[in-house]
Write a protein that binds this ligand. Structure first.
Ligand code: GLA
Length: 692
């Protein structure tokens, strides 16, 4: 536990040997020794002599779970309808003998070359009409009936053969659905888009109204007039684009559902697929997918194109937990060191593997799996790191894998506990999509950047935040952050209003509540959905040029966005000193019922953000700690225990008061503890308030 004022001292000191967590295992009926350690395994890339060595080494490393048959299609079905499972049988047999459980791929991620030779119509097309050819992976149109039929025939074979296998723990449908083929603009997709729109709107009149086709002579007479948003000469119709995003997410989900339905006829094992909750992928609204998953699994790799890849990891892990509705989740893929798909592929530094892995565990992951087991010798990923490097089971890289496995064993008491958060951040794929339109007041106000800014500021204060979807119940949260919720339904806006009137403190940031969920402007003054709640009206947006800044009376600096607002019931807390909104309000607070609704009409610098977060947490009664960037402080709690995670990514020590047994080093801590540069702590203590 964190001692002093943290969590109001509700915990007694340590009991060194707590029993194993009583929580249900992540995968029902699947006993594991601790946090699950797993990996992707691609035995088809290696000759059979290597396989026995692989399973022996996996045992040595303590691998619990192996994802296989992810890219197996061309091996299993070498010509149409001719299946050969001999090699897969052998590999599964070896893994089973070694006591390793299967995370069994349906094998549909990448079709064999013969399928697109016989049916080139399955190949996806870009908005410009360019065909994506085989030679890479995932070259299939998500709406192709031919691909659907052939892929389900394969799933039928795989599920019938292995659906009741003793070693089967989990089904892994396809692989990173939508990674490369999320948006297909071919004629088949156009037809499927029309069908999807008919189901959504019922009549062409309703579609015309919703899309605002009165504008620029876009009125459709017939469903056949409708196309996907292919390349246009001028800006396209934003409502059409938003619906195409929705349709494309649903089209991938349909593929998942179709494969899962086939599996279910043969198997009771849990089914999932690996999400890509990460900064540069926005195609799928995973909140929509969650109910179809037996457990939520995510792939995450550090993205060194970002200014703070570690902060993005924290964001992504929190968002994955949000999709999992707070339940423990699985990190289905990460890397031991460098990837091979960024412009510069950075190796992980000293201790970084441990810090990044524990970063996911701290934020709710109960399983850690790597891409991949053995580094490939050939192919597009041969420079990607792996648990077993090119050098073999020797040298520092292998040693790091061994040490990580031992560390995960020591984290056993964490399994099944849940992350504690009193703050929520409302995250919306639809607003992410809609805010990205190229005809908005400023292309510099980017949805994801805005969400990240607030997440980072909360993290700097040691405040853990749950990510919730618009419309989710906000009961129990003392602080609600609403970054740039541009397009919002009446229901979602009402839930935020209710949370405030019953006592929460909410912060709404610029360009929120502007449109409804069909991307039509809410009339009567911005921000339509939140105007009454906030007690103000924004008359005009006054965005700033790139790199321009303005000053605020408080001394803070801001950039990207200003606006001309007038207040009614809101109190003005800060004003612009200069810039296009000089003298006008920049930060406001309205007392509403038992709570308060804050509004910030600009993008504050870190100093301004920190002051604001400090104020909001103070009013919401959430304890903070000035940790600064580069430190994670997260608490997981079970019925009888809590674990305080501290991850110091910085190159200097940090000191925090900690009491309990550190699962990382075994040390007993009681009082101010120095966490050295780069070190990780997971401090276990007993809860004194069981059942409270
Ligand atoms: C993704 C894929 C894997 C592999 C890794 C490499 O996560 O699912 O097949 O390509 O990326 O980082």
């Amino acid at each position: 536990m964190l001692t002093d004022d943290w969590m109001q001292g509700r915990f007694v000191s340590l009991t060194p040997a707590l029993p194993r967590s009583s929580a249900a295992p992540l995968v029902p009926g699947w006993p594991t020794r601790s946090i699950v350690l797993g990996c992707d395994y691609n035995p088809e890339q290696w000759s059979p002599e290597v396989w026995a060595d692989d399973t022996a080494r996996m045992r040595e490393l303590g691998i619990d779970l192996v994802a296989i048959n992810i890219f197996g299609w061309a091996h299993l079905e070498s010509e149409p309808g001719v299946y050969d499972f001999a090699a897969l049988d052998t590999v599964i047999g070896l893994l089973h003998e070694a006591g390793i459980r299967l995370n069994l791929g349906t094998g549909t991620a990448s079709p064999p070359p013969w399928l697109s030779r016989l049916h080139p119509e399955i190949l996806p097309q870009s908005a410009e009409g360019v065909t994506a050819w085989p030679g890479g992976r995932q070259a299939w149109c998500p709406s192709s009936p031919v691909y659907r039929e052939r892929s389900l025939a394969l799933v039928e074979q795989v599920a019938a053969r292995y659906g009741r296998h003793e070693a089967l723990a989990l089904w892994h449908v396809s692989n990173e659905l939508g990674c490369h083929n999320a948006h297909c603009y071919c004629d088949t997709s156009a037809e499927a888009f029309r069908t999807w729109l008919e189901a959504r709107y019922g009549s062409i009149e309703a579609l015309n109204a919703s899309w605002g086709t009165a504008f620029w002579s876009q009125r459709c007479r017939d469903w056949a007039d409708i196309l996907p948003p292919r390349t246009t000469l001028s800006a396209g119709n934003p409502a059409q684009r938003l619906d195409f995003r929705r349709f494309s997410s649903d089209a991938q989900l349909e593929q998942y559902r179709a494969e899962a339905a086939v599996i279910r006829r043969h198997s009771t094992a849990p089914i999932t697929t690996n999400f890509m909750v990460t900064a540069h992928i926005q195609a799928l609204d995973y909140f929509d997918w969650a109910d179809d998953m037996d457990l939520i699994a995510n792939d995450h790799y550090l993205d060194h194109r970002l200014t703070d890849p570690i902060a993005e990891l924290a964001f992504s892990a929190d968002l994955t937990r949000g999709i999992a509705a707070g339940d423990p989740w699985m990190l289905m893929e990460t890397s031991t060191s460098a990837v091979s798909w960024q412009p510069v592929n950075h190796a992980k530094g000293e201790g970084e593997l441990e810090r990044t892995v524990i970063g996911h565990v701290a934020r709710g992951a109960d399983s850690i799996c790597f891409f991949q087991w053995r580094a490939s010798q050939r192919g597009a990923e041969k420079f990607h790191s792996a648990l077993l490097p090119h050098a073999g089971a020797t040298g520092p890289a292998w040693q790091r894998s061994v040490e990580l496995s031992a560390l995960l064993d020591r984290l056993e008491p964490v399994v099944g506990t849940r992350v504690v958060a009193r703050a929520a951040l409302v995250f919306s794929w639809e607003s992410w999509w809609a805010t990205g339109a190229d005809t908005h007041p400023s292309g510099l106000l980017r949805y994801l950047d805005e969400a990240h800014r607030y997440h980072r500021a909360l993290r700097r204060h040691g405040v853990t935040v749950d990510m919730v979807r618009p419309g989710d119940d906000l009961t129990g949260y003392d602080l609600v952050i609403v970054p740039t919720l541009y397009a919002v339904s009446d229901v979602a806006a009402a839930i935020i209003r209710d949370a405030v009137s019953t006592g929460a403190v909410a912060l709404i940031t610029p360009f929120s509540g502007i449109a409804d969920d069909s991307d039509a402007i809410r009339l009567g003054g911005y921000p339509g959905a939140f105007r009454d709640l906030l007690g103000l009206v924004v008359d005009e947006f006054r965005p700033l040029a790139e790199r321009a800044t303005v000053s605020l009376e408080s001394g803070a600096t801001a950039s990207i966005w200003t606006e001309a607002m007038s207040t009614s019931s809101a109190e003005v807390l800060d004003r612009f000193v200069d810039g296009p909104a000089a003298g006008l309000p920049a930060l406001t607070r309205a007392a509403v019922g038992a709570g308060a609704a804050y509004y910030v009409g600009t993008v504050l610098d870190d100093l301004g953000l920190d002051a604001l977060i400090g104020r909001l947490c103070g009013e919401a009664g959430i304890p903070t700690r000035s940790l600064g960037d580069g430190v994670d402080l997260v608490v997981r709690r079970g019925d009888d225990r809590e674990i305080v995670f501290v991850i110091n990514h910085r190159d200097e020590a940090v000191t925090l008061p900690l009491t309990g047994r550190d699962l990382v080093t075994g040390a007993l801590l009681d009082g101010p503890a120095e966490i050295p540069a780069g070190a990780v702590r997971a401090v276990l203590s007993e809860r004194s308030d069981r059942g409270a």
